[in-house]
Structures are given as structure tokens and as C-alpha cells.
Design a protein around this ligand. Structure first.
Ligand code: AAL
Length: 397
């Protein structure tokens, strides 16, 4: 009892002589910036005000807000018993919009049963399908673009989460692959298929073009448990996801999401980070950047070129989630805006004039919505630049 009282007294004492930081003791104190941010010029600054002084200087040109998602019409309207998710970017060929996506049927059973027979995730047992549209609202499903491989192939279980790149008259689909059985510890890789037409036929890569850095980590024991490890390894030691390739500086930058063996929940959620692998050719070989990981947060990859660099929308996980970042060299990303939230698994509208405005490419595009855990459908998103916060009837800035 006595000990506890002493401890509390010591704590109160410590709080009483908490370090006092004044504006004049801050080496990077900038009066104009402090005034703009509303940091008081007084003697004592709270930790929050010190952090505000340390924020980078930004205007609001990257700040956006998203509208409520809108349902699509035609074949991409929600259909009972069908999963359509993870839309690719939208491209336009001969006045028609094209999109590719993961499609599967039926409910998800999960990992408790027979991994050879069951469907473990909504993105398990998928093929890549595509659809076309005149206006981006009403879509006509055209059929399978890339199907799962034959039994024994590296992609015999599921092909999913596609992205598209049109380059010099050819088309490339980048996507995730899984080989059966789909266990908890299974690795997930990235493959590519190419075609002379957006309607196919598509020729798949003989093997995956990006794989997890699984040699950097080590599972503990043989139970199918992804949390049990001797060593966790690199940020992408378990899975490589969400590929998106951008032609950049005469090369091809393949951005992807990594998942790690023995993943933990940090103070900001899941340990998800992005990496980049670079190649001289659209189909590889891709070499992972020595600077990986290039984000400390985020989930599905959503990247676009802007002003000689690459912009990236960081959602869902990590302490920098809900930010838009930009890297002048495609590698070293800085936060340009902290936003209120964004749709997940965005398929960007690549026909937009992405140089017009930092976020012009986000004005509209596709995303998916969880109707239930088992079923997802593709939706349309839109966003707007917000420069003023005004009440109904009040004059805006
Ligand atoms: C998504 C993406 C990848 C995952 C799964 C389907 O959020 O990160 O695509 O594998 O979930």
C-alpha cells in the first residue's frame, strides 16, 4: 500500500515538472507558419502544438472528399449469389470503357473445413472477367478474360485482383494467383497476361513475376497458423497483393502490397505496407527496390502519375492511413493531404487528365462494396475538391 502511494506521489511530481517547450526554444519555429496553424505565441506549448509546428507545409490542393457510392447498372449491378470485386483501372478503347475484375460464385466457408473443396475467401475460386460500357454507368459483362490454371499450375486455385496497363498497342493484366490448397499459410503471388486486344486472347506468364520474400521469415511448427513464427521476415514475407504497373522513367514500376508472416495488430491496426518492383519490360523480370517498403501504411494499391512523380492513395491500415502521398521519384513518398476516408480497392479512371489537378483522376471511378461478408459488388465512386466548410445557405469561400 505504502509503495503505491509513493509511486503516485512520484508521478504527480513528474507531471508537475513536465518539460516546458516554448516557441523560442524550438529551433524550427516559424512565426508565420505558427500563425497560419493557430499555434499560440505564448510561453508553453503542448505536445500537440509542437507536432503541428513539425508538420510539413502544405496547401489544400491535394485535399478531397468522397461522395456516397452509387450502384452501377446493367450486368455490374449487384447480383445475388455472385461476387464481383477488386475492379481494375478503367481504360477506353474505340469509344468503349473497359474494366476487369475478380468474379466468383456462392458463399465463403472459410478455413475450418476441407481446404481442397471449400471456398476460403470471397476472392477464392475466382476468374478474371471483363465488362464494357459507353458511359461508365451501364456495363455489359463480356465473359472471362483470364481463367484459373489447370490442376497443378501455379494459378490453379484462384486468379484475382487485376490491374490493366495499355502500352504501345498491347494490353497487360497484372493479378494475384494462388495454388491449391488455399491454406492459411499459402503464399500469394503476382502474374501477368498480355494480349493484342482488350478482348483477348490473353497469354499468361509461365510463372509468377513477383513472389513473397518467404526466405526472409520462418514459420514455427507445422500447424496452419500464420501468427506462429520463429522470425517474421520482410514486410512481404507471406503475400504479395494488389499489383499496379505504371510506365515511369523509361521503366515499369510495379507497385504492390505486402503481407508479413506472423502479422500483428499495431497501435494503428494491421501491419500492411507497399513495395515496388521495377523492370525494363512490361512482363518482367521485375526486381524489388532496395528501398522497399515504400509506405508504412495503406491497403489496396492506388497509384497514378502526377507532375513527374507518382501519387498514392493510402487507405485502411497504419498510422498514415487516409492520406494521399506523392513521391517525386516514385519511391520516397511524402504526405500531401490527410483525408476523411476513401473507397477501398479503387479502379482509377485512366482516361482522366491526371496532370490537370493532383486529384483529377479521383473525380470518378470504380470500387467495390461489401453487401455482406460473402458477397461484394462493383460500385461507382466520385470525389470533389473541398476548399471551404460552409453551412446551408452560407456563402462559400
Ligand atoms: C483485398 C486485396 C487483395 C487481397 C484480397 C483480395 O483487399 O488486398 O485482393 O488478396 O483483399
Amino acid at each position: 500500500m505504502k509503495k503505491n502511494v509513493l509511486f503516485i506521489v512520484a508521478l504527480i511530481g513528474l507531471a508537475g515538472c513536465a518539460k516546458q517547450v516554448t516557441t523560442s526554444s524550438l529551433t524550427n519555429y516559424d512565426e508565420n507558419k505558427a500563425k497560419a496553424l493557430g499555434v499560440p505565441a505564448g510561453n508553453k506549448l503542448s505536445s500537440a502544438m509542437i507536432r503541428a509546428i513539425n508538420w510539413p507545409e502544405r496547401d489544400n490542393s491535394w485535399f478531397v472528399e468522397f461522395d456516397e457510392l452509387q450502384p452501377l447498372k446493367g450486368d455490374l449491378a449487384y447480383e445475388k449469389g455472385v461476387v464481383r470485386r477488386d475492379p481494375s483501372a478503367i481504360i477506353k478503347v474505340d469509344s468503349l470503357y473497359y474494366v476487369w475484375y475478380s468474379k466468383s460464385y456462392g458463399p465463403t466457408q472459410g478455413f475450418a473445413g476441407d481446404l481442397e473443396k471449400d471456398k476460403v475467401f470471397p476472392w477464392d475460386r475466382c476468374d478474371l472477367w471483363y465488362a464494357t460500357s459507353v458511359d461508365g454507368w451501364t456495363w455489359k459483362e463480356q465473359g472471362i478474360a483470364v481463367a484459373r490454371g489447370e490442376k497443378g499450375a501455379y494459378d490453379d486455385r484462384s486468379v484475382f485482383t487485376p490491374e490493366v496497363m495499355a502500352w504501345k498497342g498491347k494490353y497487360y493484366l497484372y493479378y494475384q494467383t494462388v495454388k491449391s490448397p488455399y491454406s492459411v499459410r499459402v503464399i500469394e503471388e503476382i502474374a501477368v497476361a498480355s494480349s493484342d486486344s482488350p478482348r483477348g486472347p490473353w497469354v499468361k506468364s509461365e510463372k509468377p513475376i513477383v513472389s513473397p520474400s518467404f526466405n526472409t521469415g520462418e514459420w514455427k511448427g507445422t500447424a496452419d497458423d500464420r501468427f506462429s513464427v520463429n522470425t517474421k521476415g520482410d514486410f512481404d514475407s507471406h503475400k504479395t497483393h494488389d499489383p499496379c504497373v505504371i510506365p515511369y522513367k523509361g521503366k515499369f514500376y510495379l507497385y504492390y502490397k505486402g503481407e508479413r508472416m506472423g502479422e500483428e495488430i499495431t497501435f494503428a491496426g494491421r501491419e500492411i505496407k507497399h513495395g515496388v518492383a521495377i523492370s525494363d519490360n512490361p512482363t518482367g523480370p521485375f526486381v524489388k527496390s532496395e528501398y522497399n517498403p515504400i509506405s508504412n501504411s495503406g491497403h489496396e494499391v492506388c497509384v497514378w502519375p502526377y507532375n513527374g512523380g507518382i501519387a498514392s492513395l493510402i487507405t485502411t491500415d497504419g498510422f498514415e492511413r487516409n492520406t494521399i502521398q506523392w513521391a517525386p521519384d516514385g519511391i520516397n513518398f511524402e504526405i500531401m493531404a490527410a483525408i476523411t476516408g476513401a473507397p477501398h480497392a479503387i479502379g482509377l479512371n485512366r482516361t482522366a487528365d491526371n496532370e490537370k489537378d493532383p486529384t483529377e483522376i479521383l473525380r470518378w471511378g470504380l470500387t467495390h462494396k461489401y453487401v455482406t461478408y460473402d458477397y461484394q459488388c462493383i460500385m461507382r465512386f466520385s470525389s470533389f475538391r473541398k476548399t471551404s466548410h460552409a453551412a446551408k445557405g452560407e456563402k462559400t469561400r
